[in-house]
Each structure stands twice: as structure tokens, then as C-alpha cells.
Design a protein around this ligand. Structure first.
Ligand SMILES: Cc1cc2nc3c(=O)[nH]c(=O)nc-3n(C[C@H](O)[C@H](O)[C@H](O)COP(=O)(O)O)c2cc1C
Length: 173
């Protein structure tokens, strides 16, 4: 079994769910430990052969804890087999769904200097009924600006087939 760490930075749980799905997909030959970025200080990367790093975007940014971890652990991470992915709503657009054209992913790489063996961008999920009035207003406004109208119900943008394909790629690393 290949010792694998899946470290996630997630506010509403979608990035965690994507990590869980990847973990489930590769469990026949990978022993996956799932950890929230907030508990990352207790993690010894030396114990793992492969590392999955996933972070979501809120108001244009990945969480600082996620970025700091990537910066601080860059040298050690470069000795592992890695998958780095970002989860955001912008990735629902066909011209912003790749690591090479998703603005948040490009910014993350530029800011942290990280390079991963596999890089991916996944469209996330919105469920505005669970968000504050302010957040609901802001998200609706942002969507309106790109000519789309959304309600408070759950909108699943994540392509789980894409998640599975990336998981297979990671499994074969
Ligand atoms: C308050 C709020 C702000 C968000 N800001 C952005 C944003 O700036 N750009 C973007 O592409 N997606 C944005 N999103 C969409 C999230 O990235 C998406 O919902 C993702 O699934 C969240 O992942 P998480 O549940 O792991 O935190 C935002 C969502 C919320 C609720």
C-alpha cells in the first residue's frame, strides 16, 4: 500500500468531498490519510510517498493557510509524487477550466512557486441557502455580471467523471 496524504482546504466541504472521492477511487493500492489544512502542523510529510493537495477559492483567493503550507513545504513536496488542484466556480466555464487558463490556479502557482506532477482545476458547488445574506448577494451579483442567474438551491458544477479520471492518473504515478 502506498502511503498517501490528502490535504484539503475547504470552507463548505466540496474540496474535502473531492479528496474523499479520489481516496475512494485509489484505495485498492493506496493507504490514504485525509487531513484538514488546519491540522497540517501535526503532519510529518516524511511519512508519505504521495501527496494530494486541494484548496477552494473564496472571493478570489485560496485560503492563506493553504498557500503558506505550499510555500513552506515546497522543497519536501518536490520529493513526493503530487497532485495539486483548485476548486472554484469559475472553472465551470470551458475557457477557465484548465490549470493553464484558470486565473486562480495560475495565481496560486505564481505565488507559491509550487510544481506538482499532476495539476487540475475542478468546478465546485454552490448552495447559497447555506450561505450568509451578504455572501448570497455577492455571488448572485457576480453571476449576474457574467449574464447568469442563480437561485439559492444546490448547483453542482463538479464533473465527477473528471475527478475520477484525475484520480486514475494519480494512481498510475
Ligand atoms: C462566499 C463565496 C465566495 C466565493 N468566491 C469565489 C470566487 O471568487 N471565485 C470562484 O470562482 N468561485 C468562488 N466561490 C465558489 C467556490 O469556490 C465553490 O463554491 C467551491 O465549491 C467551494 O469549495 P469548498 O466547499 O471546498 O470551500 C465562492 C463561493 C462562496 C460561497
Amino acid at each position: 500500500m502506498i502511503k498517501t496524504l490528502a490535504l484539503y482546504s475547504s470552507v463548505d466541504g466540496q474540496t474535502k468531498r473531492i479528496c474523499q472521492r479520489i481516496g475512494e477511487h485509489i484505495k485498492t493500492d493506496h493507504d490514504v490519510t485525509l487531513i484538514d489544512i488546519y491540522n497540517a502542523t501535526a503532519v510529518d510529510l516524511a511519512n508519505y510517498e504521495k501527496v494530494i493537495l486541494g484548496g477552494s477559492v473564496r472571493y478570489g483567493k485560496h485560503r492563506p493557510e493553504f498557500e503558506h503550507f505550499l510555500i513552506e513545504q515546497e522543497t519536501l513536496l518536490s520529493t513526493k509524487k503530487t497532485l495539486l488542484f483548485s476548486v472554484n466556480a469559475t472553472a465551470r466555464k470551458t475557457n477557465k477550466c484548465l490549470p493553464s487558463n484558470n486565473p486562480y490556479f495560475i495565481k496560486l502557482k505564481h505565488k507559491t512557486g509550487i510544481h506538482a506532477d499532476i495539476e487540475a482545476v475542478f468546478a465546485g458547488k454552490l448552495h447559497l441557502a447555506n450561505n450568509s445574506i451578504f455572501d448570497r448577494f455577492m455571488i448572485k451579483l457576480i453571476f449576474k455580471m457574467s449574464g447568469e442567474q442563480i437561485g439559492n438551491g444546490e448547483i453542482q458544477f463538479t464533473d465527477w467523471g473528471q475527478v475520477d479520471r484525475i484520480a486514475t492518473e494519480f494512481q498510475q504515478l
